[in-house]
Design a protein around this ligand. Sequence first.
Ligand code: ARG
Length: 572
Amino acid sequence: MNFIKHKLEEIIMGATRELGYSLPENSEIVRDSDRPDLSDFQSNIAMGLAKSLKQNPRMIAQSIVEKIKDDEIDFSIDGPGFINIKLSNKFVGDILNKNVSRETFALQHFENTKKIIIDYGGPNVAKSLHVGHLRSSIIGEALKNLAKFKGYDVIGDIHFGDWGLPMGLIITSIKEKGIKLPLSVAELNPIYPEASKRSKEDSEFMALAQEETKKLQNGDEENRKIWKSFWETSVNDIKKTLSILNVDFDLWYGESDANDDVNMLSAEFHDKGFTKMSEGAEIIDLSNYPMNGVEVPPFIVIKSNGAVMYGMTDMATLYDRVKRQKADMVWYVADSRQGLHFHQVFSAAEITGVAENVKLEHLGFGTVLGMDAKPLKTRNGDNVSLMELITETLSKARKKIDENEKTSSLSDTEKEKIANAVGIAALKFADLINPRMSDYIFNLDKFVSFEGKTGPYILYTAVRIKSLLRDCGIEFKENPITLSNQYDKALAIKICDFTSVIDRAFEARGIHILMQYVYELAVSYNNFYHNVKIMPEKNLAQKKSWLKLSNTVLLIFEVFADIIKIDIPERM
Ligand code: ARG
């Protein structure tokens, strides 16, 4: 809720009620100003009322503002009947003092007992993480923490890809070459790409790999042992990379954990008559479940060669999430290009009753592009390794910190720590500022810049406040905020929008809404900071008020940092 808009709505609604006007339900009464140079907010309700009352909208607007007797609000009527609203410093300051405290910001202020399971990250075991996993991981992490902030009971599950044909391909290679276990990451990494390539040319090898996959799924001891060994090597490596990004999970489950439920459900679907045979495979017909008006292929329960498929591991995982973990919602943060897959899983889950009493959402995302606006790839067309991308970002950030005068006296370890914070903030901000479904161009030099719409710019602003409050030597926390000019007022208005931004971002599952807001908050703060000279201010009450205002902005930055999981350094 935006506290100012809420108050204005109460006032305007009171007046319309007194005048006997009835507003249509859910009509937007107060909105942001189209002309911020002329007004703080505006109301367009007179036009709507004019239509239903068949009267002149300007006259209606006039009658409403005349009804409202408030010295702290300045109304003017514009154009066909827009009501421009300009608030006094006192009006805004009072609302700020009343509503905005540490509690409002730092606590989960809504009680939602509903449980959301978020499936994100989804890396594949024994394949290196690539840039697609960057998006899934950081978007999922941010959405998880946003939902937590809203008070939901939230569980993050990584859902490793660890049960399909790639596993059989690796097992076949390991057996054939007599490779000794355990493997190092460097030894493991080349095995899958090589085996995958070979399987496309060598049908005998492919058949063998399919056989080994089936044996693994059916519990063959030797295959399980080999699998467990390289699984551990790979998972430890994945965890290391994710921890650099501050991405963490409550559940580190994989497709493999669904194996028993896959068998149980396949039998149940068969027995209950949900399936039929088609070209040797057992399927669930989805011809009544078109996607965007287009018929989709059936959901495969068991393939003709008996292998467990991607759809069925998701189905069995969903079963556990709904029936045992009692999720009210399950969100899947995965590439938009997997839309058909999720449509099939969700439809089949509806048919079979697995999706009873649960809301399922595929939260897709766009592609990371190179400077040539084509999907980001290495020179020989491979996916760009996530670790390489992170390393490059951190070293660019380090260079910036080394060139920075403000940190020149710091030790090497301290500089490294700041550079890491700056680099990760740069990477995350650049990704999350885009609407989830949009593609974006990966332009590292732009991302790490201290100026413009970047993560480092936000950090820089937060650090500026931190040092101001650290060095001021004044106790200001008990002081009320008194606004005295256009800069502190504009900043206060921005602050009052924070909780409504959180709500909008949550409803849209759109972290970019929060990012855009935080950027605008930083711009507004810097504008205030440059125009209001805080430290030289002689009036102590005024000085304290500005310090407290600064502190409130810092609180928002801290909540924000805690949602997208970045660190705010002490200096930079
Ligand atoms: N492992 C998959 C991939 O890398 C993504 C998994 C998405 N989540 C899911 N529940 N299917 O393509």
